[in-house]
Each structure stands twice: as structure tokens, then as C-alpha cells.
Design a protein around this ligand. Structure first.
Ligand code: PA5
Length: 444
């Protein structure tokens, strides 16, 4: 069962803090449960693990089966919340080397999460001679990056399979009724899945947004939802038995005590993209009105040989949150070598898990003694249930954290600025005046 351990941060906090923060957490909890806080119309994810459309869920599974049978590759086109959750879960539960492994299911490629021609071109090359399907995901249905990539992929599908054949291989996940993608999907007769109105992008991994690609990769999505539902039950009861309360309170107190950066770390390299998902979740939810912890991430032990130096001795800005999973699926032990030329016989017979755990303990002591508080999240064994629970836990703690900061955790007004500039510079109709103004500023 997921547990948050605060022992290695408590000594950094001069006074007990949980009692003092509890009333504010109680109010934040009510706002999430009742949808009465700022952005309350986007709290549909709070009950999602139980309250979801069963008919659509069956269609998600059927579509995943169809893709697994008729496609050697699935291209998932989306950005931000329409991309990171699926990528994180597939890496964590199937492996970051999933595409290189022998398996029953398709390779999964991600496109439309940037504007680099080489990246998109490489993905198109990988589809050469390969049967493939496309899942285009965009809640608004108008986001430039995925829309541009999809135009290329759709053309490739239609060239290879004809319009009718392509129709069987395009799955669109978007708004129930609005947006260019929804209109296009209806016109072309593509199968569609819904991003519910009351669930924002970065809280949508447990909707069709994440579930279709994750199921296509062969992950047990029933298990994912079961784990999320169990965590939902725990979080429905106010108080510090809820691990999200403990995490939200600890990080809020550290923030009030002057920490400005939270580094999420894990000793499991398969967690790297989940950390990217977490960064988006917390960065977009908290970082507004001049407030919020800056979310960063590290992969241990690799980053102990790079960022470890800064963490140990650089400016004292940060605390670490370390996610720990149970034993590795594969157990490897170091063999004795008679010559011991590398001097490693002191590790003979020891498992890699044991060595990793000693590295983790050594790191914890070094970093806390170097002035970096550590929070530990014991996530349990790495499987669909625990990952579902971890996702819900982080989402709930994020909602609580936003309300503790008195910001709306469900909007992202700041991301509009770059879009307006980009459209103006690209000459999109309606942005002409701004375009002229920006070109003058850029001295172009
Ligand atoms: O969390 C969010 O709302 C954003 O990160 C969106 O997911 C992202 O901008 C993509 O938007 P859309 O799904 O509308 O293409």
C-alpha cells in the first residue's frame, strides 16, 4: 500500500506543521470533492476510476484488440496531457525499450509532441512497409503540433490503405462535440473516444486519452483503474491517513520555508517519463500568479554522476521526493571472480536490488546531510494496480496543493502566450496586427 514517509524532512521543519495545515487541507479537500473551488468544473477526474462510461470502456478494449491484431505499429499523436501519461505508463510497465522487445503487440511511436522535422520524418520512415494505425488525441482538437503531425500521418495512411482502409485505422480521442478534430472525425467516419468535459488534459490519463494507447501496448487497464479506485477510496476520507494529504502538507510547508524547487527522483530508469508526466501535472497546475514549486526530475543513479553534484553542494533551493518501488521483476546477482581484477568480490552473491538499495540509503543520508530534505513515496511493487494508485495519488495531491496555494489548479492561462505569438509570426488569419508588432520586436 502506497505510503508517504516524511522522517527525512521533518528535521528541516522547525515546528510541527501537519496540525496547523489540516484545516486548510480540509477546505481544499471539500473543494475537490464537491467541485466548489476555482476550476471546479474540471474535477470530473476525482470520481473517474468508478464513474466512467462502461460502453466506451468496452470500445476502448475492442479498439486496442483490433490494433494489436492488424497493426505492427501504433502512432499516438498528442502533446502535453494528451501524450505524457500514456508514454509514462507504457515505459514504466512495459519498459523504455518496449519497441525493441519481442512481443505480441504493436510498436508504439509518439508523434505531434513537438515541431521537429527530423523527429517526424524518422517516425514516418519507421512506418515504411509496416502495417500501422493512428490514435490522434487532442481535447481542444485545434492544437498545432499534433494537428500538423496528423496531417502527414493521415496522408500516409490514405496513400497506403485508401480512404476506406484508413478510416479503419484512425482513432480520434477528443471533445464530445466541439473542435476541428471532432468535426473532421465525424465527417470522415473515424471511431471517436471522448475526453470528458470535466477532465482537463493533464488529469486525463485514466480516460480514453491514456487508456487506448496503454491497452494497445498490452497493459492491464482493469488493474490500472482498480488501483486508482482503491486510492480514490483512501483519498475520499479527509485526514492524514490519506497519503495525498501528507504529501501535499509536507511540500507546502517546505515551500513556505523557502524551498523553490521540488526534484522528483527514482532509482528505476523506467520511471523517467512518469516524472515528465508529474512535471507537467504540477508545473501547469501550480505555476501561476508568481507562485509554485518548480518541478524538476532526476534519474538515479545516472544523475548522481551529473546533477548529484548540484544537489549535494549547489544553492540550497530544493527538496527531493523519491519514489521507490518494490523488488525488481528480474533478480540478478554479482558472481564471484577468482582473479578479482576489478576488486568487486566484496559484492559477490549480492543482488543488484541490494546494491541499488544501499546506493539509495547512501544518497538519502548524503543529500539530507547536505541540506536537502527528502520525502519518500513507497509505491509498492511495480504493477498496473500500484501505478493506477500512484497516478490518482499524484493527481489528488496536486489538486490539494493548488488550493493550498490559492490558485486554480485546473487552468493554464500562461500557455496561450507562445501560441498567440507563433500564430502571429506564422501569419494565421486574425493575427495580422500582432504579427507586424512582433516582427518589429524581433528585428526581422
Ligand atoms: O493539461 C493540459 O490541458 C494541456 O497540457 C493539454 O493537454 C495540451 O495543451 C494539449 O491540448 P489538447 O489535448 O487540447 O491538444
Amino acid at each position: 500500500m502506497l505510503e508517504v514517509k516524511t522522517f527525512h524532512m521533518d528535521s528541516f521543519i522547525p515546528m510541527p506543521y501537519e496540525e496547523a495545515i489540516a484545516p486548510r487541507l480540509g477546505l481544499a479537500h471539500q473543494k475537490l470533492q464537491n467541485g466548489t473551488g476555482p476550476g471546479g468544473e474540471f474535477t470530473g477526474w476525482v470520481r473517474l476510476p468508478e464513474d466512467y462510461d462502461r460502453e466506451e470502456y468496452a470500445r476502448i478494449k475492442a479498439a486496442a484488440d483490433k490494433i494489436r491484431k492488424n497493426s505492427a505499429a501504433l502512432v499516438v499523436v498528442g502533446i502535453g496531457g494528451s501524450y505524457l501519461g500514456a508514454r509514462g505508463v507504457i515505459d514504466l510497465l512495459c519498459s523504455p525499450s518496449y519497441n525493441l522487445k519481442k512481443k505480441d503487440g504493436p510498436n508504439i511511436y509518439f508523434a505531434g509532441n513537438g515541431l521537429d522535422a527530423d523527429a517526424l520524418g524518422e517516425t514516418l520512415d519507421l512506418l515504411d512497409g509496416v502495417d500501422f494505425s493512428v490514435n490522434i488525441i487532442s481535447k481542444s482538437g485545434t492544437t498545432t503540433e499534433p494537428a500538423v503531425a496528423f496531417r502527414f500521418l493521415r496522408k500516409l495512411l490514405e496513400a497506403r490503405y485508401g480512404k476506406d482502409g484508413a478510416q479503419q485505422r484512425i482513432f480520434a480521442t477528443t471533445d464530445r462535440s466541439r473542435g476541428a478534430l471532432k468535426s473532421l472525425a465525424d465527417k470522415e467516419g473515424w471511431e471517436t473516444f471522448v475526453v470528458p468535459d470535466d477532465v482537463g488534459g493533464r488529469y486525463s490519463v485514466l480516460t480514453a486519452v491514456g487508456l487506448l494507447p496503454i491497452a494497445a501496448a498490452g497493459v492491464d487497464i482493469d488493474g490500472l483503474l482498480r488501483g486508482a479506485a482503491e486510492m480514490m477510496e483512501r483519498c475520499a476520507v479527509p485526514g492524514y491517513d490519506c497519503p495525498a494529504w501528507r504529501y501535499a502538507a509536507a511540500r507546502y510547508q517546505l515551500y513556505r520555508d523557502g524551498k523553490t524547487v521540488e526534484i522528483l527522483g527514482c532509482f528505476d530508469p523506467a520511471f523517467r517519463m512518469m516524472a515528465e508526466w508529474w512535471k507537467q501535472l504540477y508545473g501547469e497546475s501550480e505555476g501561476k500568479e508568481g507562485k509554485g514549486l518548480f518541478p524538476a526530475s532526476v534519474e538515479f543513479t545516472a544523475d548522481l554522476h551529473s546533477m548529484g553534484q548540484y544537489i549535494q553542494q549547489g544553492r540550497r533551493l530544493m527538496f527531493e521526493t523519491v519514489v521507490r518501488f518494490g523488488p525488481s521483476v528480474r533478480q540478478l546477482s554479482v558472481e564471484r571472480d577468482e582473479e578479482d581484477g576489478d576488486g568487486l568480490n566484496f559484492l559477490a552473491g549480492k543482488s543488484l536490488d541490494f546494491i541499488r538499495d544501499k546506493a539509495a540509503e547512501g544518497t538519502l543520508l548524503a543529500h539530507t546531510e547536505g541540506g536537502v530534505p527528502n520525502l519518500i513515496i513507497e509505491a509498492g511493487p511495480r504493477n498496473a494496480e500500484t501505478v493506477g494508485g500512484l497516478i490518482y495519488f499524484f493527481e489528488y495531491a496536486c489538486g490539494l496543493s493548488g488550493y493550498l496555494l490559492d490558485v486554480n489548479p485546473f487552468d493554464q492561462p500562461g500557455v496561450e502566450d507562445y501560441k498567440k505569438n507563433m500564430f502571429a509570426l506564422l501569419g494565421k488569419p486574425g493575427f495580422e496586427d500582432r504579427g507586424a508588432e512582433l516582427r518589429a520586436k524581433l528585428n526581422l
